[in-house]
Design a protein around this ligand. Structure first.
Ligand code: BGC
Length: 747
């Protein structure tokens, strides 16, 4: 190379330094301790024995709702001995009061307990599963739902929730996709922030707010082959770009705790990953709260093959930055030996204990350990009329209309007899969905009940189960056919049962299980109008079902008010506006299939579908069954007049949307960009904004989006985030595929 001239690399670096602007720092909303609280904590630390310190770093489980082995069942005695910092799976005022009493009246230092629980989508009033909620694209409603969850949980003694779960997931075989907000990082960040706000409010000391926990840190949502707990292996760039941001969003929103994940990242399990927990989370991001492991995940380091035994595992985790052991008891059992052997140091232990005590102080537990044990609140603030109404609203907002030929839906008022057929039509237990906390299935409104509530005696409603969700018994088909023949309109309630999604519930085949497709095929032969309602915890590969001439409404698992909320949509009281936050594949073989993939060097061109040397399958289309952002309405919308202007760092976008149908309706107007040329390749589309707007029939609205160049930033190989000038395509549309677009140049 001619030494007089800079290399291409140097030119590039200089160009980047000149033109690429860093993203401005974000505000930190972590709630602050008073000086009295700080003094109290230091005084306690000064008085604590080593065992008491290790006790504060230990979380044990009561007997209810277990998701793993219980290693200690003498927790009550241990509380009095100062060996327990926190309990999980214990609630109701009396029970928690008793545990707190043991801690603050019978232990030496009288330190109150954190009382944790998986309040994931409601506590007693159960809201739709989080994946369903995310399809509402209604951040305020999601925040309000978690506010209700916090009110109810704190009314029953709980002061810490293991939520929000903010794992980005692109593989619907993984059962825990039901617990998150889908595949998109940008939307995932917004929802993460809304949830933390909903749980923690602005004052953690209020008796109706609780400590949130961002989980599972990190990348738990990307297990190989979609199998729960499996290995995660990805580039650092992917980790930074797609999987970490929702955690950062929780931190910026002030989340009080982080939970480590079960998986490894690049060979190091999160639970002993010093880079992740200390260098990144605590030092680089400046997280001031505490870290807790997942259930026995320290002990599991032995199975991972990174620790010799539980003692070695405790050493690794403590030194990596774990502050509290969930259920495994390793800190308590081995902390003293490890300290004697100088394998861990007291500064690290003190730091961990301090962070736990600070959380207790932030919650006001030192001022009043019984703050969350209020019987009047327990009697009056649970499942109130308003809370149930909110739940019902969120059910209907979460529904996604996938298909509606000949306007089968909404159900015409003139219909006289409706046959509800299918295993999910009257199943209270299934309505809750997984992770339903203290939800009581007996209080759930099923589809049958919801429809009866809505129709009163105006229509005749009959029900036949037809088949079970997940076996090959067709003995109920005849009875189902009989009621179908006698009805004017058929609703098929199909899907997964409650236990087919959630933790340890991965599926390799994600079509409708059992004989449900056959039931649908048989029923369609009656020639009657058929609307299929889906109940499920993940995107399904329902290509067969979709080929039938039926309407399909995705309802997820709606929780306590499922049937009532769905009935509102079925009869058109609510015009559905939900949009998918996770792609539905045609077949499992396409997985992972998600909207923000890359172009590749040999992209598939739909205009030349048989081209040979391009990135495509020989036996299946590249396109998903239903893309990210997809969802129909009972009306139709037309997008036009996309206008873009760039002024300095501001990018102003406006688009006109006309309601061209016969009903008022809400539309989630979506904004995507594509960075045409980058120093690293960029996705074909990236969500950068949305607005959910009501547009009356015949009305046209102009919707404006104001981006700045910060919104164009992405992570680079040096893991710095900045934007690069050049050409961008701006897209707006009703989903991630049907868009109108315009090119802009940003300098
Ligand atoms: C799950 C966590 C949950 C914990 C406590 C674990 O099995 O992975 O998400 O918070 O149990 O119930």
């Amino acid at each position: 190379m001619n030494k007089c001239f800079p290399s291409n690399e140097i030119i590039l670096v200089v160009a980047l330094l000149l033109f690429c602007k860093p993203v401005t720092a974000q505000k930190d909303n972590q709630q602050k301790l008073s000086s009295a609280d700080k003094a109290k904590i230091e005084s306690l630390l000064g008085q604590m024995t080593l065992e008491e310190k290790l006790g504060q770093m230990s979380l044990f489980a009561a007997e209810w709702d277990v998701t793993g082995p219980i290693l200690k069942n003498n927790y009550k005695k241990m509380i009095t001995e100062g060996k327990v910092g926190a309990m999980l799976n214990a609630y109701t005022v009396d029970y928690v009061h008793e545990l707190q009493r043991l801690a603050v009246e019978e232990s030496r230092l009288k330190i109150p307990l954190l009382i944790g629980y998986d309040v994931i989508h409601g506590h007693r009033t159960i809201f739709p599963i989080p994946l369903g909620q995310s399809c509402s694209w209604d951040l305020k409603l999601i925040e309000d739902a978690d506010r209700v969850a916090a009110i109810e949980a704190t009314a029953e003694g709980i002061n810490w929730t293991f939520a929000p779960m903010v794992d980005i997931a692109r593989d619907p075989r993984w059962g825990r996709v039901m617990e998150g907000s889908g595949e998109d990082t940008w939307l995932g960040c917004k929802i993460a922030e809304a949830r933390v706000k909903g749980f923690q409010g602005t004052d953690l000391k209020a008796n109706n707010t609780l400590l949130a926990c961002a989980k599972h840190f990190a990348a738990y949502g990307a297990p190989q082959a979609g199998r729960d707990y499996n290995t995660v292996d990805m580039s650092q760039l992917s980790l930074y770009e797609w999987y970490l941001p929702p955690f950062k969003a929780c931190l910026v929103a002030g989340v009080g705790s982080f939970m480590t994940s079960f998986n490894e990242i690049a060979g190091v399990p999160s639970t002993c990953n010093k880079w992740l927990l200390t260098d990144l989370l605590k030092k680089e991001w400046g997280f001031k709260g505490f870290t807790v492991t997942d259930w026995t995940s320290i002990n599991e380091l032995v199975n991972h093959g990174i620790a010799e035994d539980n003692k070695d595992a405790a050493r690794l985790s403590l030194n990596a930055g774990v502050d509290m052991d969930m259920v495994g008891s390793t800190f308590l059992d081995f902390g003293a030996e490890l300290l004697n052997e100088k394998k861990v140091n007291l500064t690290r232990i003190d730091e961990a204990v301090r962070s736990v005590l600070e959380a207790k102080a932030l919650l006001g537990l030192f001022d009043d350990p019984y703050r969350y044990c209020n019987k009047t609140r327990q009697e009056n603030e649970i499942m109130t009329t308003d809370q149930l109404a909110l739940a019902k609203k969120l059910v209907s907002e979460s529904c996604v209309l996938l298909k509606n030929p000949n306007q089968i839906l909404p159900i015409p008022e003139k219909i006289k007899t409706i046959a509800i057929i299918g295993p999910l039509g009257d199943s209270k237990k299934d309505m809750l969905g997984s992770w339903s906390a203290a939800g009581q299935w007996e209080k759930c409104v099923t589809l049958l009940e919801g429809i009866k509530n809505r129709t009163g005696n105006k229509m005749e409603i009959v029900y036949e189960k037809g088949c079970n969700t997940n076996d090959d018994d067709k003995s109920g088909f005849d009875a189902a056919m009989k009621v179908a023949m006698n009805a004017d309109y058929i609703i098929l309630a199909l899907g997964e049962n409650n236990w087919m999604s959630g933790e340890a519930a991965s599926r390799s085949k994600i079509d409708l299980p059992g004989v449900q497709n056959e039931l649908a095929e048989a029923i369609v032969k009656t020639g009657k109008p058929v609307a299929v309602l889906l109940f499920n915890g993940r995107p399904l590969a329902i290509t067969k079902l979709t080929s039938l001439p039926i309407a399909i409404l995705e309802t997820w698992f709606g929780g306590t008010q499922a049937g009532n909320g769905i009935a509102d949509v079925l009869f058109g009281d609510v015009n559905p506006a939900g949009k998918l936050t996770m792609t539905f594949p045609r077949t499992e073989d396409q997985i992972p299939v998600f909207y923000n993939g890359k172009n590749t060097g040999r992209p598939y061109n739909p205009a030349d579908p048989n081209a040979k040397y391009v990135s495509r399958y020989l036996d299946c289309s590249n396109d998903p069954l239903f893309p990210f952002g997809y969802g129909l309405s009972y009306t139709t919308f037309a997008y036009s007049n996309l206008v873009t202007t760039v002024e300095g760092s501001k990018i102003n976008i406006s688009v006109q949307i006309a309601n061209t149908g016969n009903r008022d309706g809400e539309e989630v107007v979506q904004l995507y960009i594509r960075d045409k040329v980058g120093t690293i390749t960029r996705p074909l589309k990236e969500l950068k904004g949305f607005q959910k707007v009501l547009i009356k029939k015949g009305e046209t609205k102009t919707i404006a989006f104001n981006l700045t160049t910060d919104d164009l930033a992405f992570y680079h190989p040096d893991l710095k985030k900045y934007w690069e000038p050049g050409e961008f395509v701006v897209f707006t549309g009703t989903n991630s595929v049907e868009t109108i677009s315009k090119s802009i140049t940003v300098k």
